[in-house]
Design a protein around this ligand. Sequence first.
Ligand SMILES: [Zn+2]
Length: 279
Amino acid sequence: MIFKTPLMFVLCSATTVLIACSAKDKEPKKTVVEPVTKTTTQNSPSYSTPTLRAPALKNPDVNLPVTGARASGLTYSRVRTNLPYIAMTYDDGPHPQNTPRLLDILRKRNIKATFYVIGRSVNLYPQLTRRIVAEGHEIGNHTWTHPNLKTLSNADVRKELNSTRDIIVSTCGVKPRTMRPPYGALRQDQRAWIYKEYGYPTILWSVDPEDWKRPGVSVVTSRIVNNTRNGGIVLAHDLHKPTIDAMPGTLDGLLRKGFKFVTISQLLALSPSTAATNP
Ligand SMILES: [Zn+2]
């Protein structure tokens, strides 16, 4: 703007101030935003997507449906399927040293597992239990004090299952979908009323390396890798350090054989109507 006289400058300045002041009271002018597509389609023809350098996931995510899939069987020790899905299960945790190590090993391989936790340990290690859930694993009910349920009254079995369910819900905000009886000990009539009351199928296993007897890392690995079949449920314990020591080799051995790891609920969803197998 060119001012011919000082008077014009003063007038113009005053006008500018007036406009500025009155503009404050008005709605701001709407800015027209160009559609984003206009800029994204203008990439140079020489542009190419950069190559991703991250290593491929060892166990790709499996999106098997679980919502609404209530298992129809009372007891599962495996699921009948021709697909190479298997479930790793870890009992008797969480343990303050072993469980974090196991979680690191699983995370490195993008493997989701199922943890049958003891209620009183959840009470002792709530943060660790939340980490299990936060990292995509499933939690199952393994009672509060790990008793032989066959010897208990129905009222005492209810106490064990209720207190464990409640601490899991209040700690992590998720409900257990299945239960595993300590020592695999549960009468058929108990399985039936537990399923009716809680909706929990009883989950046993098809592969037992007897890791709690501490047979050595290579024995645990070979027992699991050699005996696991499609639809298998593998039993292990994150209570024992040698079990965790065996896991990298075990999981890598199973991956090399082409198995894909899913949680128990995902495995049951594969074949909910035909999966029931009693050991
Ligand atoms: Zn146990």
